[in-house]
Design a protein around this ligand. Sequence first.
Ligand code: NAD
Length: 267
Amino acid sequence: MVGADMSELSGQVAIVTGGASGIGAATVALLAEAGATVVAADIQPAAKDAPGRFFNHDVAAEDSWKALLADVVARDGRLDILVNNAGITGGWGTVESTTVEQWRRIEAVDSEGVFLGCKYAIEGMKKTGPRKPAPKGSIVNVSSVAALIGSAGPTAYCAAKGAVRLLSKSVALYCAEKQYGIRCNSVHPGGVDTPIFNPLWQAVGRDKGKAMLGEHHPIGRIAEPQDLGELILWLASDRSSFVTGAEFVADGGLTSGLTRRGLFGTR
Ligand SMILES: NC(=O)c1ccc[n+]([C@@H]2O[C@H](COP(=O)([O-])OP(=O)(O)OC[C@H]3O[C@@H](n4cnc5c(N)ncnc54)[C@H](O)[C@@H]3O)[C@@H](O)[C@H]2O)c1
């Protein structure tokens, strides 16, 4: 965040799911840099030198959420920010090739995991009481451009990310109606250089893979994890205090419309 006060989030406690890698790890670093106590909750360990505290957590398991919230409330006494970022593509299956088992696993992590996160974060934020003078809490759900435009595959991923988009609005409106002082928004990245693309990097090489993906983004490149982390930091902080139930696209122009590279091609 340009010009951010490095103690802007001091005294605040944040959980970032999928915080061990990619967008999550960049977000953990930025929230910690802004002064928050950050818990990176993930099924894989965080890097040894990563900022924040690691918690072994499976977003698809309700008991795991209960354990995570109990631990955070016991240690830190409060919860201010939840970033529901953990996600899997589960392969790139189409409606014909995706098995019911694959569908259920992808929905469990990418959709149900976000629902559980919202549910238990609201409980945790309510239990620990709102910050003074104004009640504030922020939930940021990482969806995808796959929630905004269709694609032939990955089918289950598109369905799950679409669900997260409307779930976020429902949570935002519910919290507003209840006057909880908790905001909820969704973030929709285009391509981001993270290990989620390892299969592509392994198939064609990282540089070539990045260039191939970059071709589909009008801006000419895919994002770095920090590009998304900055947006998430803004949504997590009080700088976005009037923003709730909204969707934020960070995709280098991918979903803006047709480019001259495409249908109206001049190059
Ligand atoms: N990279 C992209 O191009 C891109 C584009 C759009 C949306 N996204 C979304 O961004 C989010 C972060 O993805 P990323 O690109 O940083 O990928 P990543 O693979 O680098 O990170 C995902 C993290 O989630 C963790 N995770 C997976 N299943 C989990 C579970 N059940 N419980 C807890 N943690 C779990 C993984 O261990 C990993 O650390 C995902 O929701 C993804 O769908 C990514």
